[in-house]
Ligand binder design. Structure first.
Ligand SMILES: [Zn+2]
Length: 325
């Protein structure tokens, strides 16, 4: 993980690891486990154990013998690889950021490749906005992999004879990760509610809710629904109602870019009209897009979402059957 790096790059990577260990989004239990993992402090592997005890019990049960180093246990072992593949899938589906899980720099150290300094500002901001969610997901995954490893190890070396460990399949581990991450995002939300009640008048962009939104909701990691907080990682997407055949389907989307400095707020809409044939095939009939006239009703409006007045273009209003009150 440090091979082929110059002294400067080595120091930079160590700095990133230190940053990961002290990140605010980590729960204390996961932080402690991450520290032990980074310092190779687990009671496993050939330096600390002898004979079969030094080998990976999961692989041993399948007749293969691998020394149980940290990299083997949480990166190379087939079950761990499968868990990371599941994490990469859900991360990409939720944030559209692909992750290459073949590198232990990502799985063991948890360092996502950073956008380069000349990347667009938006890409760098998005990377930073997702960092707390990634830190949390990574640290929880490492701990759950380790806990499953402990169950497998104990079961294999059971004095009464080797047996199968409970809840140690990749799907059990992924489920445990989902529950823990949900619990922690819920905790962040509770903290935010409390902070918003108690905080003195903070600058608009430093407010607790702004922070919560930008890290957990705008990134797509979680959604607030009527039923409460819903984690979008490792869960099935919300059901989309089926499109009845022989109808016209209209999709409309709008986006808003808040005002920044001298730049006024800007917003735009896009729509497509699809014809759904009797056999369910969809053909595009119309696509359209345009700017939405937006006016800031307060000169110093910072919360543009509240203070913007949208004017729905007439053709869209007609198409979606909206009649202004
Ligand atoms: Zn193994």
């Amino acid at each position: 993980m440090f091979d082929g790096l110059s002294q400067t790059q080595r120091l930079a990577r160590l700095g990133e690891v230190a940053g990961a260990l002290t990140h605010w989004a980590l729960p204390e239990q996961e932080r402690h486990h991450l520290c032990v993992t980074m310092h190779h402090g687990h009671f496993q592997g050939a330096v600390k154990r002898k004979g079969d005890q030094a080998l990976c019990a999961r692989c041993l049960a399948k007749g293969a013998s691998h020394e149980e180093t940290v990299v083997h246990a949480v990166h190379e072992c087939p079950e761990s690889t499968e868990v990371w593949a599941g994490i990469a899938r859900t991360w990409e589906a939720t944030t559209s950021e692909p992750l290459d899980m073949s590198s232990p720099v990502l799985t063991v150290l948890g360092l996502r490749p950073r956008p380069s300094a000349d990347a667009p500002t938006q890409a760098r901001e998005r990377f930073e906005a997702r960092e707390p969610a990634w830190r949390l997901l990574h640290a929880v995954t490492l701990l759950k992999l380790h806990q499953a490893r402990n169950r497998v190890h104990m079961a294999y070396h059971d004095p009464k004879g080797a047996r199968d460990a409970r809840l140690s399949k990749p799907k059990d581990i992924l489920r445990a990760i989902r529950l823990r991450v949900t619990q922690m995002v819920q905790y962040e939300r509770t903290k935010t509610t409390h902070a918003a009640k108690c905080e003195p008048k903070a600058a608009p962009r430093q407010k607790a809710w702004h922070r919560f939104n930008s890290h957990w909701l705008t990134t797509g990691i979680a959604t607030l629904t009527k039923g409460g907080l819903r984690l979008n990682l490792l869960s099935a997407p919300p059901p989309t109602p089926p499109v009845p055949p022989g109808t016209i389907l209209i999709r409309v989307a709008a986006s808003l870019q808040p005002a920044k400095g001298q730049r006024p707020p800007a917003s735009a809409w896009a729509m497509e009209v699809l014809k759904v044939a009797r056999d369910g095939t969809q053909t595009t009939r119309l696509t359209a897009r345009g700017a939405i006239a937006a006016t800031a009703t307060h000169a110093n409006a910072t919360n543009t979402r509240t203070w913007l007045k949208f004017i729905l273009p007439d053709d869209i209003a007609l198409a979606i059957g909206y009649t202004p009150a």
